[in-house]
Ligand binder design. Structure first.
Ligand code: ATP
Length: 467
């Protein structure tokens, strides 16, 4: 919850610890230029805190979501999926504690009208009630609830108040009994969900890092009290291993344990996986031992019995403890963009073509897996390339590009993160082979057309990140 803001006082410039070539400006500009992410409602001056995912962005986001979903459902024996509604009964948010506690501390400058989260401005300024921007006088600290409140139905009275969910977790808790009954789940088991969440964040900056509308990938694991510490450790291990498998730079990940001042009121223990973004170490995912708080509160507020009945153990009854793994999907998109970004000197001719920008996406995450490029448009090369693309597109995400010099086209694909390019040239017409060009090494090999699909599958399976 918003109370646990650990590292937000660090300035949002490129951190001295960060050694990569990415900056937030470069990532934002590349994302726009290549159609990953656009500012929402840009023609009206933009809507802060909201972003649109373009043709490459939606593919990347879907692949990250897909890889999480596979990891958390298909590869687990005891986790099932759910897609619950964004709009929930308002009592949900009283029970969860969000109406009362989901707040950020806010101050306004009386002079320049700037608004700040008080925990994000220098302590000396806060003590002197001095605006860090203009030196004007600051108001007292007020609590500001981060939930978006709106109305449902025609009547505009208090009975019609409804919230946009600030987390996906509560949709899981209120369905936990349904899922036990419909799917005959036995403790320990988990429920996974990916979906939109909304928070009225006071400060949204660093591109898609912190936004008002975002997506979460959450899994709630229901366990017997007393086994929760063990499961907490187990989920810490599994979530760390997941990022390793995803091919993320592991020296850019670290654990951060919540201290007593950061720990949410419901949590027994909490660790964040932090990633070293260009602006510094920031939370990517949280692993929380939420105890029996949530189900206990829903019992109290709904009047429904949320106890688990253990039929294998003399019908023993208890309120399960919950171990939660909660990751931002859109924050993971930013992480993968930063993690993959590279600039590389590839020639020494003294012009801008000496350098290339490359997104070193894992082939399983790349929006385009393979681009097919005819060396020339004429002499039947374009037709042959289009035939190859047609054959490959059933199994791979493909692109076709015949515009401009071949070197330029390779660079365009490098910048989009396409791991493989296939070039059709005059030799292809003679012997049926094509050039397969690797994004990372820029190495080129000749492959018979008929073997392309199998070759690509093998390359994807054996992919190792170069750097
Ligand atoms: P933060 O400290 O960054 O505000 P939090 O501790 O409030 O996050 P949680 O409530 O634990 O976050 O949410 C789980 C995950 O959801 C976070 O690890 C993050 O990846 C993502 N997330 C939370 N708030 C936002 C937001 N405003 N924009 C994008 N992603 C978010």
């Amino acid at each position: 919850m918003a109370e646990q803001q650990s590292d937000k006082k660090s300035p949002d410039v490129t951190s001295s610890e960060y050694q990569g070539t990415a900056t937030m400006e470069k990532i934002t500009s590349l994302a726009k230029r290549r159609g990953f992410v656009f500012q929402s409602s840009e023609i009206y001056g933009g809507q802060s805190g909201a972003w649109d995912y373009g043709p490459l962005g939606i593919e990347l986001k879907n692949r990250i979501a897909g890889s999480w979903w596979k990891e958390m459902t298909q590869l687990q024996d005891d986790i099932v999926g759910l897609d619950s509604a964004i709009l929930m009964h308002p009592r949900t948010w009283e029970a969860s504690g969000h109406v009362e506690n989901f707040t950020d501390p806010l101050v306004d400058c009386k002079k320049c009208k700037a608004r700040f989260r008080s925990d994000m401005i220098p302590e000396a300024d806060l003590a002197a009630k001095k605006c860090p921007e203009c030196g004007g006088e600051l108001t007292d600290i007020r609590k500001f609830n981060l939930m978006f409140k709106t109305q449902i139905g025609a009547a505009e009275d208090t009975a019609s108040i409804i919230y946009l969910r600030p987390e996906t977790a509560q949709g899981i808790y209120v369905n936990y009994k349904n899922i036990i009954q419909s799917n005959r789940m036995k403790i320990p088991f988990g429920i996974a969900q990916i979906g939109k969440a909304f928070r009225n964040e006071i400060v949204t900056k660093n591109f898609i890092f912190r936004t008002c509308e975002f997506e979460q990938m959450e899994m709630q694991f229901f366990v017997k009290p007393g086994t929760d510490d063990e499961w907490f450790d187990e989920w810490k291990k599994r979530r760390w291993a997941y990022y390793e498998k995803l091919g993320v730079k592991m020296d850019h990940l670290r654990w951060h344990q919540h201290g007593p001042d950061e720990l949410a009121h419901y949590a027994k223990d909490a660790y964040d996986i932090q990633y070293l973004f260009p602006m510094g170490w920031r939370e990517l995912e949280g692993i929380h031992n939420r105890t029996d708080y949530d189900l206990g509160r829903h019992t109290q507020y709904s009047g429904k019995d949320m106890q688990y009945i253990d039929q294998d153990n003399n019908n023993e009854r208890y309120i399960p403890y919950i171990v939660e793994t909660s990751a931002g999907l859109t924050r993971n998109v930013l992480m993968i963009l930063c993690d993959s970004y590279d600039e590389e000197q590839v020639a020494d001719k003294g012009n801008e073509d000496d350098w290339r920008t490359v997104l070193r996406f894992h082939p399983n995450l790349a929006p385009i897996t393979v681009a097919v490029l005819p060396l020339m448009k004429k002499d039947g090369l374009a037709e042959m390339a289009q035939d190859i693309r047609r054959e490959l597109k059933e199994d791979f995400a493909t692109d076709y590009d015949q515009a401009g010099a071949i070197g330029r086209r390779y660079r365009r694909q490098d910048e989009a993160g396409t791991p493989f390019c296939i070039t059709v040239d005059y030799q292809s017409k003679e012997d049926g082979t094509v050039t397969l060009r690797y994004r990372d090494s820029m190495e080129q090999v000749r492959v018979p057309k008929a073997e392309l699909a199998a070759k690509l599958r093998e390359e994807i399976k054996n992919y190792q990140r170069a750097k």
